[in-house]
Design a protein around this ligand. Sequence first.
Ligand code: F6P
Length: 354
Amino acid sequence: MSPTAVRRIALNTGGGDAPGLNAVIRAVTLGALDREWEVLGIRDGYDGLFGEHSHGEGVMLLGRDDVRDITHMGGTMLGTTNRGNPFQVGRGPDVAQRLRELEIDVLVAVGGDGSLNIAHQISLEGIPTIGVPKTIDNDLEHTDLTTGFDSAVAFATECIDRLVSTTTAHGRVMVIEVMGRTAGWIALHAGIAAAAHAILIPEIPYDISVVADRVKERADRGQDFSIVVVAEGATPIGGTVTTVEGSSRLGGVAATIAAQLEELTGKEARSLSLGHLLRGGSPTAPDRLLGLRYGAEAVLAIEAGARNVMVALDGDVAKLVPLADIAGRARLVPPDCGALRTARSIGTCLGEPA
Ligand code: F6P
């Protein structure tokens, strides 16, 4: 397709919401309208294409007024869903057919690896597609940053900071669980920023006795409180992930660790999970900028004639990555990354046996 042939694009947000999605929507819409392309927003992932949506019309033409004053807002004005991959219920070809009926020249799909996998499959059905990365987990391959990560880290850091005073006052151990699926990016960055004494991530299986020894050493030195940050996907050496009872959803590892530390150290321990709080609230300034940047890059990519790629960042340099290369892969914390080097250098316990 020649770039000049674009008349109408569609835009949707899929998977778990992340702060900064509205910034993407604004930049895509304004960039497209400037080029005299129409923008059709699809509600609730792809559900809106079939009239199934939680609020308003299933699809809506987006104008300047619709995207005014939304950059600072959390959530997504289009709604989202992380349930019901249309290809798993045999509806993938119907999605492509509906997009053809709506005369969509290019679909812009904003999502994490699950949603970008769906976008890839839609592209294979013949719909030209551009992916835009978002997820608080920061675990997308081939890009340095995803929209939402900075906001999640900033809020987790603030929460941990707040927990220090009460933990100190009581001389306790506090175990704080953060989201991130199989990657430890949020735990590692927030844990370092908030000066946690131990940080446990999925990439480094932990030995609970190593963590207990750190708590005891601190107590022996007169530091009778300890802060432990754990990623929801962290596992003990040789063990498995902790899931919410009766489901496959990650959750509960902090409570288990707190009980074990209480037993092993004799110190009172408490736990809490920050859970979906990390996905809520207003995006940080860096996430607003990142969302706007990714939205702008998506429009520039369409204009340049690129198709079936995800816009990505390598440092500050924008690049395009084939959607086929994204699907089904998670970008984990590499053993030699700067954050881990920092944690080790300042003596943070990572639960590793000596
Ligand atoms: O991928 C984003 C994320 O928030 C993960 O960190 C977490 O494991 C998952 O989504 C939670 O999903 P749900 O909203 O379905 O509970």
